[in-house]
Design a binder for this molecule. Structure first.
Ligand SMILES: [Zn+2]
Length: 451
């Protein structure tokens, strides 16, 4: 058995569920953690991986990505939200075929793995991210999106979704699972929300939904006004007031009962937060994307106080433009302290918890990943501690406030995917190909008569 055993040794081991271990060791066999503790007491035998002056922790969980949109990093800067959504949708439709989307998703996976991310929760209207996650050996849930703002379309939209999901499910692996995502209130009718939620619950499919993200969305749902209302009316779709709030809309349509991952939840008031908690929904908190698109700051502290499982998401590279989950947590900390004027809001140890166990809980994967503990999957991330973090008084603070550095190791189910900042699965021309796809986007935009 010793041949299949690896002992990872690091200056600091952060199990998350239990206190930090100085000079610690994590022992992995056949893809699982079989022991962790002080190096002096580690069981002998197997291969030794000496990480040195480093932090070894659970692999990071990115609770919200659109990996196929990595090619749009820097493409839609400074647009108002409605124009951002509209241009993104049209550019994707007219320029990005399946091959381009797959390259774009591959680049996103590579970026995430290098940043220590082992689990990705991705929403997309293609199988590109699903395929890219499988290719690289990462873990994830690929939520297949469905659209249809006209209630008359609900049946055919659901039929199309069922077909796409069936094809993906046939190719599911233990690491990469399939879910569904009725996209958002401005792109999905109440009838379609209800139909997808009922079907997903019957099929035991995980659900994710963009919700309570923007003022434009709230105006549409609560007052039947704003740019989304105008746009839908322009397409001949009746627009009426739908609910007290976007979260209330999901409750009325039976979506909350399917325990979805709620992406954003920026505009959640006290009754909304109580409703989210009562339905045991997880939340993907995306502070950088919400700030960049000028949506505001989500009530993270209140959601955590209500016992809601919250993970951190980068969102797409069209709205961030980086994928750094610990950095995302640092931004969340700074925003919440500014918002609440409380220095004890979101301590550094909680940032690391949200980046790992919190994300796993929000995705209902917390029985297998998110912490370092015996029996858990060996999803690991190791980061070097260098002079920028020195001296170390508090290892969690050192990790959270350091600049994002490439991972020394990223390990999924015991398999090393990143070594010393480099993804082991090489694709020498990937960046070049994605730049060509980006150039095609640029040419389309310059020629587009609507812009
Ligand atoms: Zn999103």
């Amino acid at each position: 058995m010793t041949a299949a055993r690896t002992r990872y040794h690091a200056r600091w081991v952060l199990p998350i569920a239990t206190p930090p271990i100085e000079d610690g060791t994590v022992v992995v066999e056949e893809g699982r953690i079989v022991w962790l503790g002080p190096r002096a007491h580690a069981p002998s035998g197997g291969a030794d991986d000496e990480l040195g002056a480093a932090v070894l922790m659970p692999g990071l969980v990115n609770a919200h990505t659109h990996l196929e949109l990595t090619v749009m990093r820097g493409f839609l800067e400074e647009l108002a939200f409605f124009d951002w959504v509209r241009t993104l949708t049209r550019a994707r439709h007219f320029v990005l075929d399946d091959a381009k989307l797959l390259d774009s998703a591959r680049l996103g996976v590579v970026e995430g793995l290098r940043a220590g991310i082992t689990t990705f929760a991705d929403t997309a209207d293609s199988a590109a991210a699903f395929d890219a996650l499988r290719e690289y050996g990462a873990r994830g849930i690929a939520y297949r999106e469905v659209f249809g703002p006209d209630p008359a379309q609900a049946e055919s939209s659901l039929a199309g979704l069922r077909e796409k999901v069936a094809a993906m499910r046939a190719r599911e692996t233990p690491l990469v699972r399939v879910g569904v995502s009725p996209h958002a209130p401005y792109s999905v009718s109440d009838a379609l929300f209800a139909a997808v939620a009922a079907w997903a619950a019957a099929e035991r499919l995980p659900v994710a939904v963009h919700i309570a993200e923007s003022d434009d969305e709230s105006r549409l749902v609560e007052r039947a006004q704003g740019p989304f209302a105008d746009f839908l009316r322009g397409r001949g779709i009746d627009v009426e007031m739908r609910a007290r709030s976007p979260i209330d809309l999901l409750d009325r349509c039976g979506v909350l009962a399917a325990r979805p991952l709620l992406i954003h939840a920026v505009r959640a008031d006290a009754p909304d937060i109580a409703s989210i908690a009562r339905h045991h929904c997880g939340v993907a908190h995306c502070p950088a994307s919400n700030a960049k698109l000028a949506h505001g700051i989500a009530p993270l502290v209140e959601m955590l106080e209500a016992g809601i499982a919250v993970g951190l998401g980068s969102d797409s590279m069209a709205s961030n433009n980086r994928m750094d989950i610990v950095g995302e947590g640092r931004l969340a900390m700074l925003q919440q302290r500014s918002r609440t004027q409380r220095t004890d809001a979101v301590p550094a140890s909680l940032v690391l918890d949200l980046a790992t166990r919190g994300g796993a809980r929000a995705l209902a994967l917390d029985a297998t990943v998110g912490v370092l503990a015996e029996g858990y999957q060996a999803d690991l991330a190791a980061f070097a501690l260098d002079d920028a973090q020195a001296p170390i008084h508090d290892v969690a603070a050192a990790m959270v406030h350091a600049r994002g550095t490439p991972a020394l190791r990223t390990v999924v189910a015991g398999r090393i995917l990143v070594r010393n900042g480099a993804v082991l699965q090489q694709d020498a021309t990937l960046s070049e190909r994605v730049q060509q796809h980006a150039d095609a986007l640029g040419r389309w935009r310059r020629a587009d008569p609507e812009l």
